[in-house]
Design a protein around this ligand. Structure first.
Ligand code: FMN
Ligand code: SF4
Length: 405
């Protein structure tokens, strides 16, 4: 009954806690990780130019920072996967010095450690030698003529406290830029191990990006996609409430990805605890993807997901960069209207109570009942909140991901 008109729709969230000296004022909607290699040069360049025009961020994906990420001058989130592309030694291990060189670039605003992605959690990847062009080799820091492996697990750390120490190293080596990680929730206890490690080491990431199992990919085994990992709604609510239970929710920003294409999708993610949203396939559609699902064949008909120079000519960068910026701008405008309709000044203020969902018996369920915010600090106090959370928390260890029994 009290709708508002929000004149501005350039919504922002400041990412970076007390340990970070260069916080980033991010848009509430950004381009999710997609590598050069999965996407064509023209696609990467259009995304980056669009990000610059619209004032939002472009995640590099785990394939390193290519020359096409740089030409547009748009803000970058540098993603580091288990292959440490762009910051690796010849044997594939992490190189702090190479990392410092990459992270020093002013275009790089944040660092994201990729632990897993929704389409293939716990699964590595391999780029066959035949697909490695000189430009891909340059971006990744790998030789031509040999298959390029992304192992399933990281080699820079192996336990929860090791992950936090790695975060501290990246923060220091990047000169104080925000550092966080991306994952699709699998075993919930393992995420609790990480949170216990945050409390024990005092090293708290600046952000966590939660991917839903419904996430997309350039290449995943068909058996994994849509089946392995937790859907976004449940994973996001779990991460938000675990951080609340541990009393550190205010130190960590949460990003979310997984079919967040419309203003409604984004508003719902905010209600469940996200501070910002990412989209991969939404921006692919802006580039002209027609969902022919032939990304893996190198024969993308619209030049989005191919390394074939001739096919890439189908994607005209100046036109698509504008479309990328317009998709972002119009989605934010719709989000402003939706927040205004709910009498909110900012879409970040959506809460579960603004939504209802239909339960299995057909009855409407209040958002607050379906996805309640659990009390601050209940995991530390050992009482209140949710008994299932407390039981799992008791089994989590800061020093090992292995189950206690
Ligand atoms: C073509 C393509 C390539 C991707 N590459 C990466 C990657 O390099 N690193 C990563 O963390 N996620 C990657 N993803 C996953 C997305 O970043 C995102 O988390 C997921 O697709 C969910 O978002 P969406 O539903 O908006 O696509 C990729 C997705 C697509 C479609
Ligand atoms: S048009 Fe087809 S091949 Fe090209 S990106 Fe879209 S789904 Fe992949």
């Amino acid at each position: 009954m009290q709708p508002k008109h929000l004149p501005d729709h350039d919504f922002r969230v400041l990412i970076g806690n007390d340990a970070c000296s260069k916080p980033y004022n991010a848009s509430l909607y950004n381009i999710s990780a997609m590598s050069f290699g999965a996407l064509s040069a023209n696609a990467i360049e259009s995304l980056n130019r669009g990000a610059k025009m619209g004032g939002f961020a472009h995640d590099t994906g785990e394939g390193g920072i290519s020359r096409y990420h740089r030409t547009g001058g748009g803000d970058l989130i540098y993603e580091i996967g288990s292959g440490y592309f762009g910051c690796r030694n010849p044997d594939g291990s992490f190189s702090p010095d190479r990392f410092a060189e990459q992270a020093a670039d002013d275009q790089v605003k944040m660092i994201e450690i990729k632990l897993s992605q929704g389409a293939k959690p716990g699964h590595g990847g391999m780029l066959p030698a035949s697909k490695i062009t000189p430009e891909i080799a340059e971006a990744r820091g790998i030789p031509m003529g040999a298959d390029c492996l992304s192992p399933a697990a990281h080699s820079a750390f192996s336990c929860p406290t090791g992950l936090m120490e790695f975060i501290a190293t990246l923060r220091e080596r990047s000169g104080g830029k925000p550092v966080g990680f991306k994952l699709c929730i699998g075993h919930r206890r393992e995420f609790m191990c990480m949170v216990k490690a945050m409390l024990e080491t005092g090293i708290v990431p600046d952000f966590i990006v939660v991917d839903g199992k419904e996430g997309g990919t350039g290449a995943a085994p068909l058996e994994f996609a849509n089946h392995v990992g937790m859907p976004l709604v449940e994973g996001l609510s779990f991460v938000h409430n675990t951080l609340r239970g541990a009393g550190i929710r205010d130190q960590v920003r949460i990003g979310a990805a997984g079919k967040l294409i419309t203003a409604f999708d984004i508003a719902r993610a905010f209600a469940l605890g996200a501070d910002w949203a990412n989209s991969a396939r939404g921006f692919m559609f802006a580039l002209g993807c027609i969902q022919s699902q032939s990304c893996h064949t190198n024969r993308c008909p619209v030049g989005v997901a191919t390394q074939d120079k001739l096919r890439q000519r189908a994607l005209y960068v100046p036109d698509k960069a504008e479309r990328v910026a317009r998709f972002h701008g119009n989605t934010m405008k719709a989000l402003a209207e939706m927040a205004g309709a709910a009498a909110l000044d900012d879409p970040g203020r959506f809460r579960p109570r603004h939504f209802m969902q239909r339960g299995p018996d057909g009855e409407m369920v209040e958002g607050d009942d379906a996805f309640p915010y659990l009390p601050e600090g209940f995991l530390i106090a050992g009482e209140g909140g949710d008994a299932d959370y407390r039981k799992r928390w008791a089994r989590a260890s800061a020093t090992s991901f292995a189950p206690p029994d």
